[in-house]
Design a protein around this ligand. Structure first.
Ligand SMILES: [Zn+2]
Length: 475
């Protein structure tokens, strides 16, 4: 069983490239494991977080009621998923009444455990983070993630006894060094967990009118993330179908670097309070920077829109670039020139060309390209070695390595044709050469499917029908 979930992005904008990389990566792993384990052995969750001040104020800025605003925006996220072939099994919306009840039940459980208490609090509130920041977190008096000065606010809040779970989370991190990818983030997370303080989890209704009510205290609203984080387990049936839940949890979570503390520490504390196992694995992807290497921002004019990229290049090309060229766990610049170069070199000239050659030669030599008995043992062994390596790359969540290895495999196929010159070979030998390469193309296609689902499907059809195809024309 394999469960993977993205974070739920705030529904205050259309998807940007940071969301795209997260959704693409999660989708690729879901697709890979569906092939490996079977369709029913994978559950893949995505969704949007519809609560909080950010959503509330954005709706106001658009002169719309929050409901009206969300009803227009959320379909755009679903459209994004469809366009980019995101194969999610569920699209989670935190405005769903079932989620409201679920989040309140989680609250009650933590309360019954003695992990929620009320206290008067004064602190620095960052609207961008939707959270109170500690003084020591500020850089020059500003939020390091948003570059904006937080607002000084005081009110009576509910607190979650996060400090109580510091020891348990630390122990888990120490015993499971591969819990977190990349490893380089482990120190940052460990430091945070060591110094964890109890954390405010509610706001007064006046300050935060858009969100889920605190059970039995309607003057207070749950903090947006306290309600939203529960989606990861609610979607699996936590609290109403525990058999189903236990089948899937714990699973793999994927998030961006700004989310490390929420996912790696606070959410783990909530799980501990609920008496549930910690997340199995947390993948923290890098930030996608503008072509100039700077953080994307409207004022810098360096924002790349995934939907515009889609209109220009289509789903496969964008996915291939973001999954196969950009490094999964580092900050990377999005450069269209790199996208085109990688596309032309890898998809058009290498993979598309090999597919085309095999089909063409199969036709002129009148050879059955699915004759397994004609594959040579020696070639089988080489290809099998690649299979092991590519599977290992996928299963250790090194998608970039997987794509590199598939590319190498495809190059090997082109080289094999170049060396053997099957058009000159006698029929018996040509049959072996072309079946060797056909088997290689089939394997490459199978492993490419999580990256370029549209092209992979077309490639297999063309191969089966022996139909000439220009899968990826040069751009
Ligand atoms: Zn902030």
């Amino acid at each position: 069983m394999f469960y993977i979930t993205t974070t739920l992005p705030y529904a205050n904008s259309v998807p940007h490239v940071g969301h795209a990389i997260e959704f693409f990566q999660a989708d690729a792993y879901a697709r890979y494991f569906r092939k490996k384990l079977g369709e029913k052995k994978v559950f893949f969750n995505v969704g949007v977080d519809e609560h909080g001040l950010k959503v509330f104020t954005t709706a106001r800025e658009h002169d719309k009621s929050v409901k009206q605003y969300l009803d227009e925006l959320v379909p755009k996220w679903k459209e994004f998923c469809e366009k980019f072939r995101i194969s999610n099994d569920y699209f989670y919306r935190t405005s769903d009444p079932d989620h409201h009840q679920g989040a309140q039940r989680v609250w009650k459980r933590c309360l019954e455990k003695g992990d929620i208490y009320k206290k008067y609090y004064e602190g620095y509130y960052c609207v961008g983070c939707e959270a109170f920041l500690l003084e020591r977190d500020l850089v020059d008096g500003k939020c390091p993630n948003h570059g904006a000065a937080p607002v000084r606010q005081s009110e009576e809040n509910y607190f979650f006894r996060l400090s109580k779970y510091s020891g348990a989370i630390l122990e888990y991190l120490q015993n499971n060094p591969d819990f977190l990818k990349p490893e380089a983030k482990m120190q940052e997370l460990t430091n945070f967990v060591k110094n964890m303080e109890d954390i405010s989890i509610s706001r007064s209704r006046t300050n935060l009118p858009w969100g889920i009510e605190v059970p039995d205290d309607p003057e207070h609203t749950m903090y947006v993330w306290f309600d939203a984080l529960t989606n990861y387990i609610r979607v699996l049936g936590f609290d109403n179908d525990m058999e189903r839940f236990n089948n899937w949890w714990p699973g793999v979570q994927i998030c961006g670097p700004d989310n490390l503390r929420f996912q790696g520490a606070i959410w783990q504390g909530m799980l501990a309070s609920l008496g549930l196992p910690f997340t199995k694995k947390l993948l923290v992807h890098g930030t996608i920077l503008g072509p100039d290497g700077q953080k994307m921002s409207k004022s810098m004019g360096n924002v790349v829109s995934p939907l515009e990229q889609y209109e220009k290049y289509g789903s496969d090309v964008c996915r291939f670039y973001m999954l196969g060229v950009l490094r999964p766990y580092s900050d990377c610049s999005y450069r269209e020139e790199d996208l085109k170069d990688a596309y032309n070199a890898q998809l058009a000239n290498n993979y598309g060309n090999l597919l085309n050659r095999v089909i063409h030669l199969g036709n002129i030599k009148e050879i059955d390209l699915f004759d397994k008995s004609s594959i040579s043992a020696e070639f089988n062994e080489i290809v099998g070695g690649y299979r092991d390596q590519i599977e290992k790359a996928y299963e250790s969540f090194e998608i970039h390595d997987a794509v590199r290895l598939i590319g190498e495999l495809v190059s090997l196929g082109n080289q094999h044709i170049h060396e053997k010159e099957p058009w000159r070979q006698k029929p018996e030998l040509a049959k072996i050469t072309l079946n060797n390469v056909s088997a290689l193309v089939q394997m490459a296609t199978e492993f490419y499917e999580p990256i370029i689902p549209d092209g992979a499907q077309k490639a297999m059809e063309a191969l089966r029908k022996k139909e000439k195809i220009i899968l990826y024309p040069r751009i």
